[in-house]
Design a protein around this ligand. Structure first.
Ligand SMILES: [Zn+2]
Length: 229
């Protein structure tokens, strides 16, 4: 079994989505403080964090898209361990739209078939090109409405991308989220290291969310597993 980690490091002030709270990760108690508190027996250090439920590598709960959508704690775990493939879209320019024809061509070039009930990861190269510069939060390419419908038509439960949003910044991205709600799929954002999956064939994708009651999303530890028995 071989595991490829597709998750961003979570650390203090890592780039967060414009307008959302920053990731705050700090020391709550040092080893020295804890050692003194325990009567100099054992010093257990503790850290704390505060962040949006859309921080770092995460999955959008359908609740994010609208009040009728399912919240994070009710999202089926069966959708979190699924067969996956990765498509190469690195030739699409920054901020450009990825259309259905681009996806169909990338699928054909990959020589793979879409796993039913699975996921399609879109390697745009955006993370590798821009992280952690300011361009990371603005310059991504992404799917348009028609491409999102194409993805849903393939019979997947979600798709993932190596940028903060599935569509190019602005109106298109908002419409992509609307289409996801209407067509009953969702997506993962801020994946990374997707280049490592290209040319490697199908894998098992695992990305389990935290059980936020009523949550609109959750960080996930996203991995691709090869040779899972
Ligand atoms: Zn989203």
């Amino acid at each position: 079994m071989r595991i490829v980690d597709l998750s961003r490091d979570l650390y203090h002030r890592t780039p967060s989505y414009p307008g959302q709270p920053p990731v705050i990760h700090g020391v709550w108690k040092t080893h020295e403080e804890a050692f003194a508190e325990s009567g100099n027996i054992q010093g257990n250090s503790v850290m704390f964090f505060s962040m949006a439920d859309h921080a770092g590598t995460h999955i959008d709960a359908p609740r994010h898209f609208g009040k009728s959508g399912m919240p994070m704690d009710e999202y089926p775990l069966e959708n979190c361990i699924v067969p996956g493939i990765c498509l190469d879209l690195r030739h699409i320019a920054p901020r450009a739209e990825i259309g259905p024809d681009d996806l169909a061509a990338a699928l054909k070039a990959s020589g793979q078939t879409v796993p039913q009930g699975g996921t399609i990861l879109l390697c745009t190269g955006h993370h590798a090109r821009t992280f952690p510069t300011v361009a990371y939060s603005t310059d991504n390419s992404g799917v348009n409405e028609a491409a999102t419908a194409w993805l849903a038509d393939q019979g997947i439960v979600h798709f993932g991308i190596d940028s903060m949003r599935p569509g190019p910044e602005g109106r298109i991205n908002a419409l992509v989220h609307k289409v996801c709600l209407e067509l009953g799929i969702t997506h993962m954002e801020s994946l990374c290291n997707l280049e490592a999956l290209l040319g490697q064939g199908p894998f098992t994708f695992i990305g389990l969310p935290l059980k936020f009651r009523g949550g609109t999303g959750s960080p996930i530890r996203a991995v691709a597993v090869y040779g899972l028995r």
